[in-house]
Design a protein around this ligand. Structure first.
Ligand SMILES: NC(=O)C1=CN([C@@H]2O[C@H](COP(=O)(O)OP(=O)(O)OC[C@H]3O[C@@H](n4cnc5c(N)ncnc54)[C@H](O)[C@@H]3O)[C@@H](O)[C@H]2O)C=CC1
Ligand SMILES: Nc1nc(O)c(N)c(N[C@@H]2O[C@H](COP(=O)(O)O)[C@@H](O)[C@H]2O)n1
Length: 284
């Protein structure tokens, strides 16, 4: 679809914004008059708008054997993902993904704007959920930030209770902060960092919209949180890219063990063929 190359795909505009919003502003913001980047929002300001999104194979795998990173999206749907990134204030991944994929989480695939265009694409804030502060000091997120081509990564973590673990955690925190990260403390429970608490903290820090990319553990947690709440109070949109390939049972899935009572009700918005992939968009 040629329009995907120069402006955000309709499937994103319709799923994330009301259809009467002006197209040209939905991925761009003005740097000249200090206007904030456009963003989907929820009415009450207690949490950000949350879009859960990932790419999967026909057999619902998101990675290969032992977590091997797979490029499942074709170039057209990958471009769509970068448009989606430009429409959110922040992008979240779990520490499993940060360690495994060493992602950049930026919008580098978007078409270059003419030099005299006063607008810019929004560069989202990278957020890593990392209970034990295992993020590498030389990861691309920190390297990009130090090189001035990425925003400061935020690391969502929770201080451990025990003295020995607490000391290691504080040392790790200092090392990460010295390397450029901001460590943000949030509450945790037996399942790891509490999703509702983390969302409330992110909103209090100014994040109006959050794109959640994965991996498997994070997807399961957000699906579970969305099911436990009254529908629509944790996750607002689900956008899944389905690639025309099988991975096999050795791959990493996200849904095998979910009980029927643990999957949220979905409201289908759109299905669109993007290149060779099928993109399915829902509101919750
Ligand atoms: N195809 C796609 O679109 C994507 C695929 N991936 C793949 O996913 C794989 C990584 O998945 P995982 O190992 O499951 O790691 P993950 O990225 O989901 O991180 C999970 C880790 O985050 C921490 N955590 C803290 N609180 C948590 C909570 N409430 N819920 C869940 N985790 C919490 C725990 O340490 C947990 O082990 C990689 O192989 C990566 O390539 C990742 C993102 C997108
Ligand atoms: N949309 C999409 N399609 C795939 O096939 C993928 N493997 C992913 N992965 C996500 O993108 C991150 C890599 O981002 P950068 O290219 O480094 O900016 C990866 O960590 C996953 O979150 N996504």
């Amino acid at each position: 679809m040629s329009h995907h190359r120069t402006q955000p795909p309709t499937i994103l505009l319709d799923t994330l914004f009301s259809s009467d919003a002006p197209l040209e502003h939905l991925s761009l913001y003005s740097t000249t008059d200090d206007v904030q980047a456009p963003s989907p929002t929820v009415d009450d300001e207690s949490r950000p708008w949350v879009t859960l999104t990932f790419a999967q194979s026909l057999d619902a795998k998101i990675a290969g054997e032992a977590g091997k990173q797979l490029i499942l999206s074709g170039k057209e749907s990958m471009l769509m993902t970068h448009w989606m990134r430009s429409m959110h204030d922040a992008i979240l991944v779990g520490i499993g993904t940060a360690l495994n994929d060493n992602p950049q989480l930026n919008t580098r695939l978007l078409p270059q704007l003419p030099a005299d265009n006063p607008h810019r694409y929004h560069l989202p804030r990278p957020v890593v959920v990392d209970t034990h502060l295992r993020l590498r000091l030389d990861c691309k997120l920190l390297n990009n930030y130090r090189a001035g081509v990425g925003r400061r990564p935020w690391v969502m973590s929770s201080a451990p209770i025990g003295e020995a673990e607490g000391k290691t955690w504080r040392e790790q925190r200092k090392a990460l902060e010295d390397a450029g990260a901001r460590v943000v403390e949030v509450g945790a429970d037996s399942g790891g960092i509490s999703i509702p608490s983390m969302l409330a903290v992110l909103r209090s820090l100014g994040v109006r919209s959050l794109m959640v990319e994965g991996g498997a553990g994070i997807i399961k947690s957000f699906l579970a949180a969305a099911t436990a709440d009254n529908v629509g109070e944790t996750v607002d949109a689900l956008i899944v890219t389905v690639a025309p390939t099988f991975v096999g049972r050795e791959g990493v899935g996200y849904g095998e063990n979910l009980l029927a009572a643990e999957v949220p009700r979905l409201r289908h918005k759109h299905t669109e063929i993007v290149g060779q992939d099928t993109v399915v968009a829902f509101r919750l």
